[in-house]
Structures are given as structure tokens and as C-alpha cells.
Design a protein around this ligand. Structure first.
Ligand code: NAD
Length: 279
């Protein structure tokens, strides 16, 4: 039976630390402000935005939300971002993805000032990460590093396999594990012998976007398994990219869904907002 990594508890611990930091900043007259932009009425996006607003409130970050209709034009959205880029009370700007099809995500993300890029999706942030300069880290992979570290596992020297190569999870995850001195392999949809590759991992990070895709035969005995996926099954139950019940016996530790990576993403967003205000 493996250990279950409690992302909710670790995220709560991080938010507690940030709350103290925000209070100290407040004593020096520094406030932390986040602008959240939601375009359209996607139900999942609304839930994510609400969770972010709640976390801000808890930590003491002032959040202002802009809930725009799905017909908002790209120009209108860019004009709002430009206004927020020049607003000194706003330290961080977050545009909830996905955006409606008529808006180009890349154009919107790069319109956000890189000094306010608390999601860490701007090409400037990605470049800084790649060359090892200080910058905003994408929240999900940064949260995973915290989950592994704070659970007492070492990354240095370990075989790390990341399944998935998206710009927001897989690629930055690989770079961050490399930064921690892991020996990193990135697997993806064209990888041959995925089972063999995945079974080499001491630390296996799964971000494939397919429910219960990873079963015990992809996992080495005693591996640490981090499940990034999130899917709503019929009957509304949530599950990840990993078949939790099947893998749990074999892994040394595993993150559950919900309550694993998800809460960490929000905690790291709060950390990026505090970092932005300190700058
Ligand atoms: P994505 O669809 O952009 O990328 C999926 C990746 O998986 C691709 O790079 C692809 O090459 C790889 N892949 C697809 N099929 C494969 C196969 N058969 N074998 C090997 N690799 C395969 O997804 P993403 O944005 O990286 O997200 C992945 C999952 O994580 C999704 O379920 C998403 O909802 C979830 N997610 C969760 C959080 C969180 O905070 N918990 C944050 C971001 C994403």
C-alpha cells in the first residue's frame, strides 16, 4: 500500500505561509492585487476562477474579476489587458483558459506584461525558465516540485519520466525536474514502448489528458507517481490520468484526484502574486 500525497494539506501549508507574508508586506504598505479575466460561461472555468478568488481572499490578496461575455472581441480583451498592465494596484493578471475560438490565446498571453505574468505562460517567462533565470514559474509544474520536496522525496540523481509535452505542464515540468538535478525523459504520443520508458521512472509525472490511462504495468515498484490529469466521469466523480486503485499497490507514493496536484496549482498562483508584488 503506497503513501497518499496530500496535496490539499501541502497547499494549505503554503497558503498559510503566504498569508503571513502578505500580512508582513501590508505592514510595509505593500498590497497584493490580482486581476482575473474570464471570457464566456464555461462551467469548469467558472469553478476554477471562483476557487482562485476564494484562495486570494484567504491569503489576503485583493482580487478583481472581469467576467466578460463570450462575444467579447479580441481587441476589447487586449484593451482591458493593456489597462491592467498600466494599473499599479494590479500585480498579477490571469486570463482563464481556454478562450473562445475567435480569440488567439498566444496573442492574449503575450499581451500581458511579463512583470504581471503570474500564470507563467508568457514566452518571456518560458525563456527565463529554460535558461535558469529568475522568473514566474508555471503554477502546475512548480506545485509538483513543491509536492515532491515537501513530501520528503529527493529529485537529484533520480530517473524522472514526464508523460506529456504541453507548454503549460509537460515541457516546463521537464525543465524544472532538470533544474532539480533529475535525469529527465519526456514521453509523448509518439513515444515507442511507453510502458518500458515509464517503468524506468523513480518519479513519474503523468499529464496525458486521458482518464485512468496509466495502469500498474507502466509503473516501477516503489515509484513516486504524480497525476496531473483531471476528468469528470459520468456520475460526476473525478479521476486522473492514472488508474489510482491499480497503481496504488505498486507505487511508494501517489497523488490522488481530487486533492493532489489541483490544490497546488492554486497555491502556486498565490505564491506568484506575492512574488510579483515584492518585485
Ligand atoms: P495536453 O492535451 O495539452 O497534452 C497532453 C500530452 O499528452 C501531449 O503532449 C501528448 O503528446 C501526450 N499524449 C497524448 N496521448 C498520449 C499517449 N497515448 N501516450 C503518451 N503521451 C500521450 O494536456 P495538458 O494541458 O498538458 O493537460 C494534461 C492533463 O492535466 C489534462 O487532463 C488536464 O485537464 C490536466 N491539468 C490539470 C491541472 C491541474 O491543476 N490539476 C493543470 C493543467 C492541466
Amino acid at each position: 500500500m503506497s503513501r497518499i500525497i496530500d496535496g490539499k494539506a501541502i497547499a494549505a501549508q503554503i497558503k498559510e505561509e503566504l498569508k503571513e507574508e502578505v500580512a508582513l508586506l501590508g505592514k510595509d504598505g505593500v498590497t497584493v492585487g490580482l486581476a482575473v479575466i474570464l471570457v464566456g460561461d464555461d462551467a469548469a472555468s467558472s469553478i476554477y476562477v471562483n476557487n482562485k478568488k476564494k484562495a486570494c481572499e484567504y491569503v489576503g490578496i485583493r482580487s478583481v474579476s472581469y467576467e466578460l461575455s463570450k462575444d467579447t472581441s479580441q481587441e476589447e480583451l487586449l484593451a482591458l489587458i493593456d489597462r491592467l498592465n498600466h494599473d499599479d494596484t494590479v500585480n498579477g493578471i490571469l486570463v482563464q483558459l481556454p478562450l473562445p475560438a475567435h480569440i488567439d490565446e498566444e496573442t492574449v498571453i503575450t499581451a500581458i506584461s511579463s512583470d504581471k505574468d503570474v500564470d507563467g505562460f508568457h514566452t518571456e517567462s518560458a525563456g527565463r525558465l529554460l535558461v535558469g533565470k529568475k522568473g514566474f514559474l508555471p503554477c502546475t509544474p512548480a506545485g509538483i516540485i513543491q509536492l515532491i520536496r515537501r513530501s520528503g522525496f529527493t529529485i537529484e540523481g533520480k530517473e524522472c519520466v514526464v508523460i506529456g509535452r504541453s507548454n503549460i505542464v509537460g515541457k516546463p515540468m521537464a525543465v524544472l525536474l532538470l533544474r532539480e538535478n533529475g535525469t529527465v525523459t519526456v514521453a509523448h504520443s509518439k513515444t515507442e514502448n511507453l510502458k518500458e520508458v515509464a517503468s524506468r521512472a523513480d518519479i513519474l509525472v503523468v499529464a496525458v489528458g486521458k482518464p485512468k490511462f496509466i495502469t500498474a504495468d507502466y509503473v516501477k515498484e516503489g515509484a513516486v507517481v504524480i497525476d496531473v490529469g483531471i476528468h469528470r466521469l459520468e456520475g460526476k466523480k473525478l479521476c486522473g490520468d492514472v488508474d489510482f486503485d491499480d497503481v496504488q499497490e505498486k507505487a511508494a507514493a501517489i497523488t490522488p484526484v481530487p486533492g493532489g496536484v489541483g490544490p497546488m496549482t492554486i497555491a502556486m498562483l498565490m505564491a506568484n502574486c506575492v512574488e510579483a508584488a515584492k518585485r
